[in-house]
Design a protein around this ligand. Structure first.
Ligand code: NAG
Ligand code: NAG
Ligand code: NAG
Ligand code: NAG
Ligand code: NAG
Ligand code: NAG
Length: 403
């Protein structure tokens, strides 16, 4: 019987399933649990005075400003384990009583500056395991009461933080900050100066290789720090840090040298500071010359290469014939790559002359000079003019001879 009317049965099942999904949020006087219901949007038929709403393990992709506008008493909101990639402008605008927001394991890539607007009482924000790579300026300005911020990445994630994302935020109440498993390369001197109450910091499994002068005092002021599993370079840059080490903080035991090879596997605290010094070398410019085609005409591209050795790897600055400087990261007509390749586009007369390559690291500095010769460099226009003049003279001469 049932198999004879498959369409009707299907309809019946769909109605039943739909009905179940809506009914299945289980609510008490103050909380609704809507876990694992296959929801693709925020249910709008729940009691509006609830203070806790758990929407984890569903299939929500977008959060918009109207989604929570009727649930203004919310204090805890669980949105973990969904597929949220978009949080629209001011999506939590009406949730001024919200203290906890869980967004674990979603698909956020960018935190736009207006998404947390209205969350003036937010204490805990858990964002771990989202492929976030960009936090726009001002994102945490609306959340001055934030105490716990978790931005831990997922291993193998493509987008990860390369710098400390809270660097510029004044978060006076922040006590815990999780940044493990990202791609952070250094800890700036003032990294946590705007979070005076920080007492738990996780920076393990990043790409930090060296600690700046002053980092010791900065980390000592935080009661629990984890920095293990970073590729520490135990060379002269770490001497200041090493000299301050006393063994009285647990993070001191977490710094195991990765390079140089001679110290690989040793703990920094066990190394004699003198041995760190011998591992540095002044910069030495091993090659500074022109590459690419000769002759070079105006408007074309000039390429030079300046290669330098040294430990730590030297930074290259090129002083141009005009007196201006170009360095790695300079933009515009002249660029310098980390491997020493210098590119000057749209060459003009001002680009012929003396180029100075300066190589600088923490131990010292050196320079080399290369002259780009003007002799090769008749502009095309000049050659064209010469050709026209010569031809004209020849024609005039022939004309004169014939007459
Ligand atoms: C919400 O309202 C319902 C009925 O109006 C009431 O029974 C319940 O106690 C209220 N809950 C809270 C947290 O005020
Ligand atoms: C927010 O919390 C305050 C203090 O607990 C309370 O008086 C107020 O009614 C709450 N607001 C809403 C919209 O529930
Ligand atoms: C610098 O490099 C040049 C060329 O490779 C080499 O001949 C010279 O010995 C090096 N100087 C030092 C101080 O290492
Ligand atoms: C260019 O770089 C050199 C060496 O780093 C520096 O001494 C000089 O002040 C710089 N000049 C300008 C204009 O930035
Ligand atoms: C070089 O000149 C061309 C045309 O003359 C212009 O389109 C281009 O933007 C210039 N490039 C740079 C890097 O200035
Ligand atoms: C420098 O790097 C650029 C881009 O990564 C590459 O195209 C170029 O061949 C490199 N030059 C040298 C000398 O290694």
């Amino acid at each position: 019987m049932m198999f004879k009317k498959p369409a009707g049965v299907l309809m019946f099942l769909l109605v039943v399933l739909k009905g179940t999904a809506e009914a299945a949020c289980s609510c008490t006087a103050s909380a609704c649990r809507c876990h694992s219901l296959g929801l693709t949007s925020v249910p709008q038929d729940l009691p509006t005075n609830i203070t806790r709403l758990y929407l984890g393990w569903n299939q929500i992709t977008t959060i918009s400003r109207s989604d929570f506008s009727r649930y203004r008493s919310l204090e805890i909101l669980g949105l973990n384990d969904n597929r949220i990639s978009t949080i629209n402008s001011q999506a939590f605008y009406h949730l001024s009583n919200l203290t906890q927001l869980w967004l674990v394991r979603n698909r956020l890539t960018t935190l736009r500056s207006d998404i947390f607007v209205g969350l003036e009482n937010l204490v805990l924000l858990i964002l771990w395991s989202n492929p976030i790579s960009d936090i726009q300026a001002g994102t945490f300005n609306p959340t001055p009461k934030l105490q716990h911020l978790n931005l831990q990445a997922l291993d193998l994630q493509i987008n990860m933080f390369k710098t400390i994302p809270t660097l510029h935020y004044w978060l006076p109440e922040l006590t815990t900050l999780y940044l493990s498993t990202n791609q952070i390369t250094d800890i700036p001197r003032d990294a946590f100066s705007k979070q005076p109450k920080l007492n738990l910091l996780r920076l393990s499994s990043n790409q930090i290789s060296t600690l700046p002068f002053g980092a010791y005092d900065m980390l000592s002021a935080i009661s629990t720090v984890s920095i293990y599993n970073n590729p520490w370079q135990c060379d002269c840059r770490m001497v200041d840090f090493r000299l301050k080490m006393t063994g009285s903080h647990s993070f001191e035991n977490q710094i195991t040298c990765y390079q140089p090879n001679s110290l690989n596997g040793q703990r920094l605290i066990d190394i004699n500071p003198d041995d760190l010094m011998t591992d540095c070398q002044k910069p030495n410019i091993t090659r500074f010359e022109r590459i690419g085609k000769y002759p070079l005409f105006q408007g074309e591209t000039l390429r030079l290469v300046c290669e330098a050795s040294g430990i730590p790897a030297p930074e290259i600055t090129i002083i141009l014939p005009s007196g201006q400087n170009a360095t790695v990261g300079s933009s515009g007509r002249v660029t310098v790559l980390a491997n020493g390749t210098v590119t000057v586009r749209n060459v003009t007369d001002d680009d012929y002359g003396r180029y100075v390559c300066m190589a600088t690291n923490s131990v010292g500095s050196t320079f080399a000079v290369f002259s780009v010769d003007v002799n090769y460099s008749f502009p095309k226009v000049t050659l064209y003019l010469i050709a026209v003049v010569v031809c004209t003279l020849v024609i005039v001469a022939i004309a004169a001879y014939c007459m």
